[in-house]
Design a binder for this molecule. Sequence first.
Ligand code: COA
Length: 539
Amino acid sequence: MEMAGESRLEASRELVWDALNDPVALQASIPGCESLERTADNEFTATVVSKVGPIKARFAGKVSLSNITPPRSYTLTGEGSGGAAGFARADIEVSLDALEPTVTLLRYGVKANVGGKLAQLGSRMIDAAARKSADDFFELFRKQVDARAADASSSASPSVPVGMEALMQAVSAPAVNGAVNGVQAAPPAPAAAERAPAQGSASPVSPPQIEPRDASPASATPAPPAIAPAPSPAAPPAGPPAQAQIASHQAEVMDVLMSEKIKVWISDQVAVVTINRPKSRNAMTYAMWLAMPSIMAALDRNPEVRAVILAGAEKDFCAGADIPEFEKVRADVAQATAYEVAVDACCDAIANISKPTIAVLRGYCLGGGAHLAMSCDFRFAAQDAMFGIPAARLSIIYGVRGTRKLLSLVGLTQAKKILYGAQRFDAKHALSIGFVDLVAGALAVTAPLSLLERLIGAKRHAANSDPMADARVFAASLAGNAPLSMAGAKYLLNGMAMGTGGLDLGRAEALIAAAAGSEDYREGRAAFAEKREPRFLGC
Ligand code: COA
């Protein structure tokens, strides 16, 4: 018998991992468990009373943990004899994905065998009983985790978000050599061959790096040279006007970081950048547009970060620009022009970061929010996501960069429909026109419960409908690939998507040559020859 499922827990991955290794929490979660005692580091003896159909028996046996990779996964094996009833054995693979600082997705896969009298009950009855036991286990385990999370939050001191101090230093640092806070100056950056490899020393314009909160063992590698952002000639990340704006609004930008209007969290080599004004549906203020390039530049230079997820706090992604603020910061033509420069600089910084980016889209994604989403490489939506560009309801012309991204995603007619019509559309439609790449849980087929399952009170597991879970799995798969290769592909594709003249062929050739001369190229070939996974450093 085999089955799989998942459970979303409102607690940090470390807390869930501790509970998974605590005999008290395990005993309280295993249905019918009368005792669970540790006999060795990863072994316990257990007594469990269990009822399968008409057979009720007390099973005595042992529980052992193997394949342990803290705090991510282990295999729990339970085997026991129920005397005349027969015997049972289950191998349960458990893995934990940190979706957010205090949200963990627990996935499990169970392989179970029974023998003796139990085996004569028939597979349907055994399957139903096993599923019910799994449901009960995870329900009880959730209660254990909730209680621990409540204890932890009442005793926790206010946490400083990862890297915010470093970011604040970066933002307050004076401009050096025409760059502000590590944002590259307008002229095209030197070719990759000149700067990607062999730059052990810090560049004078490098901002401090954001440190990961829970650096994984896999990420504890020697720091490779930073990969600088790859500005597209057709869309420089932040030209002099944008830099001047950032410099002249330093206080507001600092406020964005200190008040956590944009938060950064790094885990498992993936940075999650969260737009955090949920009461205003995560609308972007002028200062937030200005702050984002510094954040992207810091993430681009941090070798621990291999992929970036952009998300909104709580229910929505982003309802666009903060409209009430327009009276103050977008009141006349000059201000409107400066405002658009800041929006473009923000979106270009996201589009041009050399690492793969995924937008996680829940709730509203409107106007400037859609531009943020379109600036990412991929868009993963929730089923409740609603999209739209209501510029025609505000007498605003959507900017050149945003319009170009929309056109290349959905084509001319759909782009016109979206811009002229200013209508909202849902996730299903967004998927059908190519605006998003995935709708979480859209393809899941939920089979109805069998009569037997209903009789014994089994519950149907909801299909995963959180795009963050999909985004993290995808980001993790990308994090293992060669950073120079992905950065080069991104530079080429973004440049080509800009149309004629959008690609600097010289720079493209230099990137290709730099990858061909890299340590990672040697590592890729060695790993192939040795039939093992490559370990890329990005240099
Ligand atoms: N700027 C600032 N605040 C915004 C906002 C925006 N773009 N969008 C929503 N909010 C605020 C609302 O003012 C409201 O604040 P309040 O509770 O202090 O009144 C809060 O978010 C909730 O919004 P509300 O309108 O009450 O919720 P709703 O469910 O009825 O509608 C939206 C949600 C997103 C459809 C609607 O708020 C809307 O159309 N927003 C503007 C979207 C837009 O035009 N964006 C493009 C800007 S260029």
